[in-house]
Design a protein around this ligand. Sequence first.
Ligand code: MV4
Length: 451
Amino acid sequence: MFRKVLIANRGEIALRVISACKEMGIRTVAVYSEADRNSLHVKFADEAICIGPPRSAESYLNVPAVISAAEIADVDAIHPGYGLLSENANFAEVCRASNIKFIGPPPEVTRMMGEKSTARQTMKKAKVPILPGSDGIIASEGEALEWAKSVGYPVILKAVAGGGGRGMRICRNAAELPGLYNQASTEAAAAFGNGDLYMEKFIERPRHIEFQVLADEHGNVMSLGERECSIQRRHQKLIEEAPSLQITPKLREELGKTIKKSLENIGYWNAGTIEFLMDEDGKIYFIEMNTRIQVEHCVTEMVTGIDLVKAQLRIAAGEKLNSIVTSPVEIRGHAIECRINAEHPEKFTPSAGKITAFNVPGGNGVRVDTAQYSEGIVPPYYDSMIAKLICHGKDREEAMNRMQRALSQFVVQGIHTTIPLHQKIFADEEFRSGKFDTKFMERFLERQKEA
Ligand code: MV4
C-alpha cells in the first residue's frame, strides 16, 4: 500500500480522501490556494503545501505546481478527487512520467472517453445500447442534415469534447439545423478548444441513470448498481438516489454484465461511472462515461456498504478486486443525497461569505460530507457546493422522511443555501411518487411560482 498520498483537490472531497487514507494508515499531503489557508483539508492532512493564488487556474489546476508539491513532499500517489484535474489525461501522463501513481484510470482510456463520439463508438462495439446517431464526428452542415434525416427529428447536436451541457443544441427540423450547428460548434470551440460535433436522436423526457463500476489493474470489472440522477437544474444535479425505481433486478444484472464486458475489453481500471438516458418506454441508452469518483458516490456506498475511495486506493496500489470486494454486491435499502449549495434558493445566485452558525444533523442513517464549519469562509472562487446530506433508510419512504428530519436540523447561517429548496422538493408529490424525469425541476419551479 502507499506510504503517502497527495490530494489534488479541496472541499469535502479532499476531506473524504484524507479520511479514507487515515483509516488505512496512509500519510496525507494537502495542497491549497491562498483562499483555502484555513480549510479543514489543510488542517486534517499530515502536511499541507500552498500552491498558488485563489483562482483555480493558478493553483488547483496548475499542473507544475501540483507536481512540484508532490515531489517536494515525496508522495507515492496523487488522488485527484472530482472536477479540477481528475479527467485531465495530460495530468495523468505527467504523473506517470514523474513516477507518481495517478489514482484513476490510465490516461489513454481517459482521453478516449473524453472524446464523446469515440466513447459512443467504443460502447457500440461492446454491445452496450446507444441512441441512434452519427458514427463519429459530423464534418459539415450538409452531413448534419443527412444524419438528421436518417435518424429522424428531433435530434441533438453535442460537442465531441463536451459534457455538462455546453455545446449542445436540440434541433426539431431541417430549417433550423444549419444555424444550430454553427452555434453549437462555435460554443464548443470557445469552451473546449474543439468545435467538433456529433449527433443523437433527442429523447424528450429522459431519466438520467448511471452505473457505478470498479475495475482493478488485472482485468477484473464489477458493477455496483445504479444511481438515479434526474433531479437537476442547468446540468447541475441537486438530488441523487440509489437504487433507481426504474431498474428491475433483471435489468440491473443484464446491464451490469454488458458493462463489465465492455470495460474489460478497453482495459479500464479504478472507479468509473457509465451514464445512461432512459426514455419514456423504459429503454436505456449509453451517453457518456465519467472516469473519476463522482460527487454522488456516497449513495452507492450507503446501499452497498463498499467504501469506494478506499477501493480506489487499493486498486491503484495493485490489489485485485476480489480481495477488495469479498462478498457478492447486494443493494440494501435506499439512499438519497441532497447537494447543499451556497446559493440563493430561488435566484440560484452564488452566496459566498462567512458562515456564522453551522449545525450538522446526525443520528441513525444520516451522513454529512462537508469541509465547512462555524466561522468558516465560503470563498467566491470555487464550486458552490458546501455539503452533501445523505440519508439511508430501509426503503425510499424512510429515506425521504429521514431526509426531511435531517434538513430541518441542518442550520447554516450567514450565507444563503439550497436547504429551503430541498425542503420544498421533499414535500412535492411528484418527487415523492418517484415518477419523474430530467424536466422535473422546470415543472417544480413553475408550481412554486403559482403557489
Ligand atoms: C441528451 C438528452 C436527450 N437526448 N441526449 C445533458 C447533459 C449531458 N450529459 C447529456 N444531456 C442530455 N443529453 C439525447 N440524445 C437530454 C440531455 C439533457 C438535457 C438536454 C438539454 C437541456 C437540458 C437537459 C437536462 C438533462 C439532460
